[in-house]
Design a protein around this ligand. Structure first.
Ligand SMILES: [Zn+2]
Length: 107
């Protein structure tokens, strides 16, 4: 079993609290967010090739927008294209379980 703190290599952590929990921050799985970013990049490519937009957004920008959208929103799950981003409780034990269930995690 990897060290508890290694979990943060796979998780985006917010500065805001998870629900009313005082000790844990809201978190998102990096694998799921990566899929959401890919999906929006693909949408941008389509829009660009169809002349609906003039410039593609940088994937780093897209990631920032997604993280901010999910973390600042009131919904626990947001859908980007065909991928879901679910807010997770930022507690390492729980996060390892979430990662083990993630369909996009490579390990
Ligand atoms: Zn995931």
């Amino acid at each position: 079993m990897p060290a508890v703190s290694d979990v943060w290599n796979y998780i985006h952590k917010d500065y805001r609290q998870y629900k009313n929990n005082q000790s844990h921050k809201q978190s998102l799985c990096k694998f799921c967010i990566g899929k959401a970013v890919d999906s929006l990049v693909a949408q941008d490519n389509t829009a660009l090739s169809e002349g609906q937009i003039l410039q593609r957004q940088d994937s780093g920008e897209i990631e920032k927008i997604i993280l901010d959208t999910v973390f600042s929103g009131s919904e626990e799950v947001r859908v980007f294209g065909i991928y879901e981003a679910r807010i997770l409780k930022g507690q390492p034990d729980f996060l390892w379980k979430d990662l083990s269930r993630c369909p996009h995690a490579s390990t």
